[in-house]
Design a protein around this ligand. Structure first.
Ligand code: ATP
Ligand code: HSE
Length: 312
């Protein structure tokens, strides 16, 4: 389903000539993922993932690929983009922007344990610290302007209670100034399907295509909301503690972040509730099976509105 652009054996063999990766042995379309076309590619010199970017703007891609390179070359467990003989990590294939990156081992986990939750907290802290020296700049494409615009599109399409909840939360969020919180490069989508593991060992962070400059603590909120809630909307206290403790061992939050914590968690829940509700309300053609449950994030938002979070 997620091979939107077909690449033939001969096209791929010719394409690979521009990289110092040896000869093509085999390749296979990857079924997961909904944004881009991805292939696993094996060559005589290694294992790779080829991504053809279907919706991202060509001009935004150097930020993401440069960030992956910056992190991986400093020991962060993420995929390193390959470079062509000419030194380029962004190329074109079949009319689409494309990149070849090193294939990481491991699989995503659906039901994380405490060791895995802690490993994700450490990796996020490492990403924030290592990202500070990255010179690239990119605005959050899912920031306040997107939030207002998306909510506006939804308000006339949802029921009265939902409208009241969205409006009230937008009002509360307008009081939170992200720019006043410590800034840096954030992943912004570090969900369970974007981290690979072999048993309890974290082997890779992938999918940096929402990465941007924004409030660091918002990234922890996005990550906790996915990893540390059950689908019924109840938090898992043990995973929450494991992840936050591991994060704090890498990067200690500041007083301003502690003070804003509850609203930041709500902002992170609202972002994914709105994006899912939007995809649900305005489905793209052929999207039906991929739309994720918006109510899961409504429940997380309602939880944060009703319950003070554990102190950071
Ligand atoms: N560097 C990598 N090493 C190993 N596997 C990878 C790598 N990059 C991607 N994958 C595999 O490809 C799948 C799809 O990748 P990804 O999550 O980036 O998809 P997408 O369509 O770009 O994004 P989205 O998850 O937002 O739909 C992943 O679930 C993973 O199995
Ligand atoms: N992680 C997002 C989808 C990809 O951005 C979600 O679960 O809604």
């Amino acid at each position: 389903m997620s091979v939107f652009t077909k690449v033939s054996y001969n096209e791929l063999r010719d394409f690979l000539q521009q990289y110092p990766v040896g000869e093509l042995i085999g390749y296979q379309g990857i079924g997961e993922g909904i944004e881009n076309t991805n292939y696993f590619v094996d060559t005589s010199d290694g294992r790779w993932v080829l991504t053809l970017f279907e919706r991202l703007n060509y001009d935004d891609l150097p930020f993401f690929l440069g960030l992956m390179d910056h992190l991986a070359s400093r020991g962060f467990t993420g995929a390193m983009p390959a470079r062509t003989h000419e030194g380029k990590n962004l190329v074109t294939l079949n009319g689409k922007p494309a990149a070849l990156v090193h294939r990481l081992t491991g699989q995503g986990v659906l039901f994380p344990n405490l060791a895995q939750s802690a490993a994700v907290g450490s990796a996020l802290g490492d990403l924030h610290v290592t990202g500070l020296s990255y010179a690239g700049r990119c605005e959050n494409s899912r920031g306040p302007a997107w939030r207002e615009q998306t909510a506006k599109a939804l308000l006339s399409r949802v029921d009265k209670d939902t409208r009241a909840l969205i409006e009230d939360e937008l009002k509360a969020q307008s009081k939170l100034n992200f720019a006043a919180l410590p800034q840096g490069v954030i992943h912004a989508d570090l969900f369970r399907d974007n981290v690979l593991f072999v048993d309890d060992r974290l082997t890779g962070v992938i999918d940096f295509y929402y990465a941007c400059n924004d409030a660091l603590i918002y990234d922890l909120a996005v990550t906790l909301n996915d990893w540390c809630f059950e689908t019924n909307g109840h938090p898992n206290a043990a995973r929450w503690t494991a992840m936050t403790d591991a994060y704090r061992a890498r990067r200690e939050p500041e007083e301003s972040e502690r003070a804003a914590w509850s609203l930041v968690l709500r902002a992170a829940a609202l972002r994914f509730w709105l994006s899912r509700l939007y995809d649900w309300t305005f489905p793209r053609e052929g999207d039906v099976v991929h739309v994720k449950d918006p109510d899961q994030y409504r429940r997380i938002l309602e939880h944060h509105r009703n319950t003070a979070p554990p102190a950071l």
